[in-house]
Design a protein. Structure first.
Length: 158
């Protein structure tokens, strides 16, 4: 069981990235441009949201508070929000606007990453939920702006 937790906490995000990259490259050229444009706006804003929230809220990692050794060696810095959860939920959130089924699968894997990070003793649940919330809010704001400015053609996305 610890091996599955370690894999989920440390390496599963790479599977999510690989699925997203494959999805991107099998899309028609016009859809690739739309996805890239969406990412151009959404991903930096999600990262800024991460940095701002980390500066406003400090959550010591569970292994620091509980005085135990986590399953994966890690620094004892701020755990909020989780970088891994932000990255994976950012990918899942972006893909949502282009393919809900693929995004649903990515969200399942994203949740497994979050659960693994908690079970490995690296994060509290609030760190995971905070990262996911940032990603979702930013993705919906970017979608709203791009949809209403008609920068991206959404008619073929659903």
């Amino acid at each position: 069981m610890p091996h599955l937790i370690i894999f989920g906490a440390q390496y599963l995000y790479l599977v999510i990235i690989a699925i997203a990259v494959i999805y991107f490259f099998i899309q028609p050229r016009l859809r690739q441009k739309d996805i890239a444009l969406f990412c151009l706006f959404a991903l930096p804003l999600m990262y800024i949201g991460l940095k701002i929230s980390a500066s406003l809220y400090f959550d010591p990692r569970p292994f620091v508070i509980g005085h135990f050794t986590p399953l994966i060696a890690h620094t004892s810095d701020n755990g909020f929000p989780s970088d891994h959860a932000l990255l994976t939920s950012a990918i899942s959130s972006v893909i949502f606007f282009f393919n809900k089924k693929v995004s649903g699968g990515l969200w399942v894997l994203t949740i497994l990453v979050g659960i693994s990070r908690v079970m490995a003793g690296l994060h509290h649940t609030v760190d995971i939920v905070g990262a996911m919330t940032i990603s979702i809010i930013v993705a919906f704001v970017v979608d709203y702006v791009l949809r209403h400015s008609k920068v991206i053609d959404y008619k073929n996305n659903f």
